[in-house]
Design a protein around this ligand. Structure first.
Ligand code: AP5
Ligand code: ZN
Length: 217
């Protein structure tokens, strides 16, 4: 299956993607995680992305589209993928379509996670992220690590992402409404969108997502 996951910052895209990718045996490709890994490794790409990310703005398309396509070109994505955080604006959506058409393939669905803004703010404010791997996320209330400040998965130090500060979150939400929400309509015109509520316990949301994807495909 080839799926795009959309939803506001803090909707639980990364959390759900980890389970969905496992259930569907496809790689979870998060452009946010790819950027953060590049920043930790100190690559040129990471240096280009850092200031945009810290401010909660989109990294320029010239950088982002190439990185996403390079990742999609890897062998494990040949039969399917779950894209999380890409595409994020109209230009990226069209670039992805052109890339897939060039390969003779197409998306199977776009899963839209719906969460009220006050819940998103709560989820982000309490999120703690692993320094070793930003896909390892916890929450001070909803998903506590066994040892305070320590990642259950790898023992790494947990910290609060720079872009999770309140003023950055406000900007990320604005960017989401302005740049990313319109791509939902773009995909609706292609009959690809399934919208689910991302409220409730994590496993219930996963179940809802799996049912929605099954009925869509
Ligand atoms: P990115 O990393 O993609 O951030 P985001 O879209 O803002 O999403 P988040 O990672 O904040 O949240 P999430 O929806 O994954 O939620 P999570 O599962 O962690 O992008 C970061 C930046 O990178 C961008 O601002 C931009 O600068 C750049 N970037 C990335 N892609 C780009 C692109 N395509 N173009 C340009 N720039 C790009 O959950 C949040 C919290 O809630 C966690 O603590 C979790 O434990 C908790 N939680 C999850 N589900 C539940 C639940 N059901 N109940 C209770 N708590 C829950
Ligand atoms: Zn970790």
């Amino acid at each position: 299956m080839r799926i795009v996951l959309v939803g506001p910052p803090g909707a639980g895209k990364g959390t759900q993607a980890a389970f969905l990718a496992k259930n569907l045996s496809i790689p979870h490709i998060s452009t946010g995680d790819l950027f953060r890994a590049n920043i930790v490794q100190g690559t040129e790409l990471g240096k280009k992305a850092k200031a945009y990310m810290d401010a909660g703005n989109l990294v320029p398309d010239e950088v982002t589209i190439g990185m996403a396509e390079d990742r999609l070109d890897q062998a494990d994505a040949a039969e399917g993928f779950l894209l999380d955080g890409f595409p994020r604006n109209d230009h990226q959506a069209r670039a992805l379509d052109a890339y897939l058409t060039g390969k003779g393939i197409a998306l199977d669905g776009v899963l839209d996670l719906e969460v009220p803004e006050d819940e998103v703010v709560k989820r982000i404010a309490g999120r703690r992220t692993c320094r070793n791997n930003s896909a390892h996320t916890f929450h001070v209330e909803y998903k506590k690590p066994q040892v305070d400040g320590v990642c259950d998965e790898c023992g790494g130090e947990l910290y609060q992402r720079t872009d999770d500060a309140e003023d950055k979150v406000r900007n990320r939400l604005e960017v989401y409404h302005r740049e990313t929400e319109p791509i939902i309509d773009y995909y609706k015109q292609q009959g690809l969108v399934v919208t689910i509520s991302a409220l409730g316990p994590v496993h219930e949301v996963t179940q809802r997502a799996m049912e929605a994807l099954r009925s869509d495909g």
